[in-house]
Ligand binder design. Structure first.
Ligand code: 57M
Length: 359
C-alpha cells in the first residue's frame, strides 16, 4: 500500500524512490511484522489467558509436556495478523501473487483455527476430522495449482535442482503435484510444532531462503544468469516471505523455552501451507525438500513409525514419533533438541542456496 501512495511522490521527495526496491520493502516488511509481534504479543497472551484458550496436553506424551497444560495457544492468530498487515503495507497490491499467498495463509489458518477452537474451546477430544481437514487443505492447495497452470505467463513445468536442462511439463498433473507439496508442507510443519521454538526456527530459515529465491526468480536477468525459472512478479513474494520471517522471529521471542505461547494449528498449518505455496509459485518445489528437510524428516518419522507400528502389530522404530520426541525420550533436554534441529535447518538452508551454483 505504501508503495502505491509514496513512490509516485518520488519526484518531489527523492527519498521515496526507495519504495521501488523489493529488497528495501522486504526488509521493511520483516521489521514491521517483527515489531507488531513484539508489541502485541504480551497483550495477546493476556487475552488468551483471560479467555482460557490454553493448551490441552495429551497424557501419552513425554512426561515433561504435562507441565505445559494451559499454556496459551492459537498464537498463530497474531502471527497471521502481523503477516497480513505487514504484507498489505509493504507489498505491491497490484500483484496477483501477493493476494494468492494471502489467500493461502489465511485459508489454511482458518482450517487450523477451526481445529484449535474445536479442540480447545469446545473441549472436544479431537478437532476437525482428519478427513475434513485434509479435504479443506486439498481445496486450498488446488486453487494455487490451478492458478499457476491457467494464469497467463505461468505453466506446469517442474524445475529440478542441479539439473537445469530437465523441466518436465506436468500439465494438469501439476495441480496434483501442487496439492501434494502444499498439503504435505502444511501437515509436516504441524507435526514439527511439538517443542518450544521447534517449528518457528526452521520456518524463519526456510522463509529467508525463499525470500532470496523469490527475488531471484522475479529478476529476469539474475534468473537467466543463475539458470532458474523466471516467474513474472515473483519478486513481490520476497516481501511476503519477509513478513513470515519477521512475524515468526517476533513469535519466537515468546515461544522460546519455556514458551509463553504456542502457535496452534492456526499457525502451523498456515505457515506450512505458505511455504509450500511460495515453493510452487516460484517453481522451486523440490528445493523445499532440502530447505524444509527438518519438516520432511519429522513427517517421515511419523509415517515410518505408524506404518511399522501397524505392520509389526505394536513395535516401534523410534522411541516416539515425531522424531523430536525420540530424542526427548533418549534424555535430551527440550532446548537441546530444538537448538540442534535449528542447526540442521541452517545447514540445509545453506545447501539449498548452494544449489544455485550447482547447475
Ligand atoms: C501436532 N501437536 C503437539 C500446540 C502447537 C499420528 C501422530 C504422530 C500425530 C501427532 C499429533 O497429534 N500431531 C499434532 C503436534 C502439541 O502442540 C500443539 O499443536 C500445535 C501444532 N499443531 O502449536 O498448540 C503439543 O506439543 C507441545 N508443544 C510445545 N511447544 C510448542 O511450541 O511443547 C507444542 C508447541 C503441545 C505441547 O506439549 O501440547 C503434539 O505433540 O501433540 N501425535 C503426536 O505428535 C504424538 N506422537 C505419537 O502419538 N506417536 C506415536 C504414534 C506415531 C504411533 C508413537 O510414536 O508411538 C505425540 N504428541 C503428544 N503426545 N502431544 C506424543 C503424544
Amino acid at each position: 500500500m505504501l508503495y502505491h501512495f509514496l513512490y509516485p511522490l518520488h519526484n518531489s521527495f527523492s527519498a521515496f524512490n526507495v519504495f521501488r526496491y523489493i529488497t528495501f520493502r522486504s526488509i521493511a516488511c520483516a521489521v514491521t511484522a517483527f515489531l507488531l509481534m513484539l508489541l502485541l504479543s504480551p497483550w495477546f497472551i493476556r487475552k488468551l489467558k483471560q479467555y482460557q484458550i490454553g493448551q490441552v496436553v495429551r497424557d501419552d506424551g513425554p512426561e515433561t509436556h504435562l507441565a505445559k497444560k494451559g499454556v496459551p495457544t492459537m498464537g498463530g492468530v497474531l502471527i497471521l495478523s502481523s503477516i497480513t498487515i505487514s504484507t498489505l503495507l509493504w507489498a505491491k497490491l497490484t500483484n496477483p501473487l501477493v493476494w494468492l499467498m494471502l489467500f493461502v495463509v489465511l485459508f489454511f489458518g482458518c482450517i487450523g483455527g477451526i481445529d484449535d477452537y474445536r479442540k480447545i474451546c469446545k473441549k472436544s477430544s479431537a478437532g476437525l476430522s482428519a478427513r475434513g481437514k485434509l479435504l479443506l487443505q486439498i481445496f486450498g492447495a488446488s486453487v494455487v495449482g490451478l492458478f499457476v497452470l491457467l494464469h497467463p505467463g505461468y505453466d506446469g513445468l517442474l524445475s529440478v535442482p542441479f539439473l537445469k536442462n530437465i523441466q518436465p511439463d506436468l500439465s494438469w498433473f501439476y495441480v496434483v503435484f501442487a496439492i501434494f507439496v502444499i498439503v504435505g508442507s502444511s501437515n509436516a510443519v504441524n507435526l514439527t510444532d511439538g517443542l518450544d521454538g521447534l517449528a518457528a526456527g526452521p520456518i524463519v530459515i526456510s522463509a529467508s531462503v525463499y525470500l532470496v529465491f523469490s527475488y531471484l526468480a522475479g529478476h529476469v536477468i539474475l534468473a537467466d544468469y543463475l539458470q532458474i525459472p523466471y516467474v513474472q512478479g515473483a519478486g513481490e513474494l520476497a516481501v511476503f516471505c519477509g513478513a513470515i520471517v519477521g512475524a515468526c522471529l517476533g513469535f519466537l521471542w515468546f515461544n522460546a523455552y519455556p514458551a509463553q505461547i504456542f502457535m496452534g494449528d492456526v499457525g502451523s498449518l498456515a505457515l506450512g501451507g505458505a511455504l509450500g505455496g511460495v515453493a510452487i509459485i516460484i517453481k522451486q518445489e523440490i528445493l523445499l525438500a532440502i530447505v524444509g528437510g527438518i519438516f520432511v524428516m519429522e513427517a517421515l518419522s511419523v509415517i515410518i513409525q505408524v506404518g511399522y507400528f501397524k505392520i509389526s502389530k505394536g513395535k516401534r522404530i523410534f522411541l516416539m514419533a515425531p522424531f523430536h520426541h525420540h530424542f526427548e525420550k533418549k534424555g535430551w533436554h527440550e532446548s537441546k533438541v530444538v537448538v540442534r534441529f535449528w542447526i540442521v535447518s541452517i545447514i540445509l538452508g545453506l545447501m539449498a542456496i548452494a544449489t544455485l551454483k550447482l547447475r
